[in-house]
Design a protein around this ligand. Sequence first.
Ligand code: URA
Length: 261
Amino acid sequence: MKYYAYHLSMTEDDLQGATIALIPGAPERVVTIAQEFGSYQEIAFHREYRSVIADDGKHRILVVSSGIGGPSLAITIEELARLGIKIFIRVGTCGAIQDFIQVGDLIISEGAVRMDGTSEHYAPISFPACADFTVITALNQATKQLGYNFHSGITCTSATFYPGQERYDTYTHYVIRSLQGSFEEWKKLGILNYEMEVATLFTLARVFQLKAGAVCGVIVNRNQKEDVNLEMLQEVEKRLSRVAVNAAKILLSQMDTTQLS
Ligand code: URA
């Protein structure tokens, strides 16, 4: 019997041959990304998982939202892998840790600190969370071609938006002792940014021996006042969509010439 992905609410036939998935967190970003690729068709929308097939006349890709955080992203990757997806690209937003990173810049993650929690159900914490080299290269190339400012390096993936990213603007204004000072420490260690899904994606993809990469747009710099500007957010979403789609096209053309399988 054909596998039915319960949470994503689809079967292999719904993928129409797509083997690359672009994965934003937010369902509303799915269509923005798909439109950048070509014509699109929504194939499922169950809970936080909205899935659209985009077609540029030559290739098809899947764009699917993962929701926020490791647990819901892990469900996405599990089910997509079983359906036949081979390359996963997270397309998200993040907070910058380093002073030299500007709001609007893009971060291409080479690896991630595994503070996500979820990935420990797949591999011991000593297992590295690193991206696939061909996917990193395609993302770097796409970002350079588009002329956007970007940084490549290590991301910190946190299981929480507030205490795990050492935010004190919370109900209790308290961060547990083990996390106090963590922001300064990651900064000293050269970590570029905080977000909530990359380490889970990289760990699962490696464990499954599939390929993954991630590009995140900077919406706040944590060394400055946290003021999310709506116009900048829309600009970041536009940049992210273009980079992710162009990177997918680079990878697809490599598949056509069998450099990549
Ligand atoms: N997403 C995060 O997880 N942290 C931020 O600061 C911004 C986006």
